[in-house]
Design a protein around this ligand. Structure first.
Ligand code: AMP
Ligand code: MG
Length: 391
């Protein structure tokens, strides 16, 4: 059994970053930028109106003033209009400011009388004008290499005229669940059976990391069929085998992997929940064996598989987001392994939720955060602790 940090380091050391590729912006969500991006256009790109209203010369405007409306500038092509004191130009949100105008008065603040307006409010220079470059200037870094591409990153890149972006390589993954007791959801349960729930969870977790799940298989605790299923699945970059990685007579994963020529780098990690964890490879396929207990599978995925996938995909940061929170109970880790306590982080407070055993899926489903307690660590109510957010 090796220490948790050592296991994570070992996993990351063995993982290769995949070659980058170019994708359209519409396919870039949850990828990681493969290079730095800089702005080539300021935002906004020209002075424009923030409102539907009238472009005016502020010094010649104010309550009671009557202005002659001499033209109209909608959003779109710049009509190159010019406005002088005593005049106004009908203008719409996003339309370029006419030359001579230095403010916009909202349409709600004027009374229109045929070709004139009467002002019902004062106006200062700059009112409702979005200045060129006030949001972003040219040459600013807008995306850093290794940064996750979010919906907002995509919008920013599009606003600079990009149609494509260079991102880290794709990770294709396979999942195999194992266990004689597992029945597929939607089928009738026989006495002693449970519904198989881990593979869909792992699929969701992989997808959320940005990996592409290519196959999901199930296998009985039977060496031959496990061998065949495993062999098929190793054509993918990543294989997650779930269950059967412990030491009972029905835990066949480790021996089957070895019989297929796997190189096993890690077997058993000091982490709770999750001790029976396997990491290795068969040819070019990176193999993770996760414990069958749902909470153990979840925690080991987040602590070992997620960082590995992020590294493959070119991420700069592999950690879960961490935030400080106020603990609202006393906690002590009396086990011989670091303990990831599942709980809820809400309004800056953290409290454990439900049973803290590795089968307790309901408690996990009500949680959104993990608190890691080192061996022997004691925490008291009111302590500020760093928690890892996973939702
Ligand atoms: P194992 O790691 O195979 O010894 O399984 C440990 C526990 O997790 C047992 O109670 C199994 O029934 C349960 N388990 C294993 N695989 C799954 C799965 N895919 N979905 C739900 N529970 C599972
Ligand atoms: Mg099993």
């Amino acid at each position: 059994m090796i220490a948790e940090e050592e296991a994570r380091e070992k996993v990351l050391e063995k993982i290769q970053v995949r070659a980058s590729r170019r994708v359209s912006l519409s396919h870039a969500l949850n990828c990681f930028a493969a290079e730095d991006y800089f702005s080539s256009l300021p935002l906004p790109n020209f002075d424009n109106s923030a409102m539907d209203g009238y472009a005016v010369v502020a010094s010649a405007s104010g309550v009671g003033k009557r202005l002659r409306v001499i033209g109209e500038q909608p959003a779109g092509l710049d009509r190159k209009l010019l406005v002088s004191p005593g005049e106004a130009i009908r203008i719409f949100t996003g339309a370029p400011m006419p030359a001579g105008a230095d403010a916009v008065v909202m349409q709600e603040d004027v009374t229109r009388e045929s070709s004139e307006i009467v002002m019902n409010a004062d106006v200062d220079p700059g009112d409702f004008v979005r200045r060129r470059g006030c949001d972003l200037t040219e040459g600013q870094k807008i995306v850093a290499k290794g940064e996750p591409i979010r919906a907002t990153t995509i919008a920013l890149l599009a606003s600079q005229g990009f149609r494509e972006v260079s991102v880290g390589g794709e990770v294709d993954a396979a999942i195999i669940s194992t266990g004689d007791e597992l029945a597929e959801p939607g089928t009738k349960l026989q006495p002693g059976q449970i519904y198989e729930s881990n593979s869909v969870m792992l699929q969701a977790l992989l997808q959320r990391c940005g990996a592409v799940v290519k196959s999901v298989g199930h296998c009985k605790d039977e060496a031959d069929s496990l061998r065949k299923t495993l062999e098929q699945a190793t054509k993918h970059s990543v294989l997650i085998i779930n269950g059967g990685v412990s030491v009972g007579e029905h835990d066949l994963v480790q021996s089957t992997l070895l019989s297929l020529g796997a190189k096993i780098d890690i077997w058993r990690v000091a982490i709770k929940p999750g001790k029976p964890f396997v990491f290795g490879r068969i040819r070019k396929c990176t193999v993770f064996g996760l414990p069958g207990n749902p909470v153990s599978a979840f925690v080991t995925f987040l602590q070992f598989v997620r960082p590995a996938i992020f590294k493959m995909m070119g991420a700069a940061n592999f950690d879960l987001p961490k935030v400080p929170a106020k603990l609202i109970v006393d906690l002590r880790n009396e086990s011989d392994r670091p303990h990831y306590v599942r709980g809820k982080c809400e309004n800056g407070n953290f409290s454990p939720v439900g049973r803290q055993e590795s089968h307790a899926l309901f408690g996990l489903s009500q949680s959104n955060a993990l608190l890691r307690l080192a061996v022997g660590e004691v925490r008291t109510c009111g302590d500020i602790v760093d928690i890892e957010l996973f939702n």
